[in-house]
Design a protein around this ligand. Structure first.
Ligand SMILES: [Zn+2]
Length: 291
């Protein structure tokens, strides 16, 4: 009889029938935990609703939410599941952000290239009107601040330009769901910079501190230019060619604490035009070694 039972159980093991769910005692729980979600990443679809829906439901990509032009908010992937929207991406040293973010796709054509150049399509107020409460709800539920709301171009500046230069980041910031530099700080920084554009190395330091990755397959000059262009597209979209300028510097310094105290602003062999010392540059000393 025993032999028969053993044979039966062995057969059942082979069929997977003798495996039992582990018994777990749940009487204790820790208070030390947070959400796995660290970022909310915004995208435009660059296609109409039907194509986007097809793409995001049966294609190779997905997002947690899709906002159409009506606008209706569709949930395509549960927030506790990983959607495939960010691809190769990085922010504040974290990489491959699909696992730590919520993706929101907004039905929007992006841009159209024509004989007169690139035309960026304007955003619909109605879509932003539904996006803001959605972001508020997501940030509240996951315990995140407005600095955790990013664009795809922020986390993949070498590959992506969505949500593009016309996206109303300032309006989102006024609603408490994005960051925006304080106008007074920008004006004060402009005064301190006295019209002088800092060197690219200073921009690179600030952009990295803000969260951007300066890694990329291309030449470092091209990689850095793409990152600065992504920054400009978001915070100073009137020009986003990735070339350093004093206004971009003032905005960057308004978002990154202490950036105007960086030694990279001191007069050096690489940076002969910046002031070496003075009331507004107390961190620069006359015998500071050249960079
Ligand atoms: Zn995208």
């Amino acid at each position: 009889m025993w032999r028969g039972l053993i044979v039966l159980c062995l057969a059942a093991i082979l069929l997977g029938g003798c495996t039992r769910a582990p018994v777990i005692d749940t009487r204790y729980s820790s208070q030390n935990h947070d959400s796995r979600v660290q970022y909310v990443i915004l995208h435009y679809t660059s296609s109409d609703f039907d194509r986007a829906l097809q793409h995001l439901t049966v294609g190779q990509v997905s997002s947690h939410y899709l906002i159409d032009t009506q606008p209706t908010i569709y949930r395509l992937v549960d927030e506790d599941r990983r959607a495939w929207h960010a691809g190769e991406s990085s922010w504040q040293g974290r990489t491959w952000l699909n696992g730590s973010s919520i993706g929101i796709e907004i039905v929007h054509p992006g841009y159209t290239d024509g004989p007169a150049g690139r035309y960026w399509h304007p955003w619909s107020e109605a879509q932003i009107d539904v996006l803001i409460p959605l972001l508020k709800d997501i940030l509240r539920r996951h315990g995140l601040g407005p600095e955790h709301v990013l664009g795809h171009s922020d986390v993949a500046p070498q590959r992506k330009v969505d949500p593009g230069p016309l996206f109303p980041w300032q309006r989102l910031a006024e609603a408490g769901v994005a960051v925006w530099p304080e106008a007074e700080r920008v004006a004060d920084n402009l005064r301190r910079l006295e019209g002088q554009t800092p060197p690219m190395a200073w921009f690179e330091e600030g952009l990295q501190q803000l969260g951007f990755s300066l890694q990329g397959a291309a030449d470092q000059v091209v990689v850095s230019r793409n990152v600065l262009a992504a920054f400009q597209m978001r915070f100073r979209p009137s020009r986003f060619d990735g070339q350093p300028d004093v206004e971009s510097a003032a905005i960057l310094a308004a978002l990154v604490p202490d950036l105007l105290n960086s030694a990279l602003l001191c007069k050096s062999a690489e940076n002969p035009s910046m002031p070496r010392s003075g009331a507004q540059w107390p961190h620069c000393t006359p015998d500071q070694p050249a960079w």
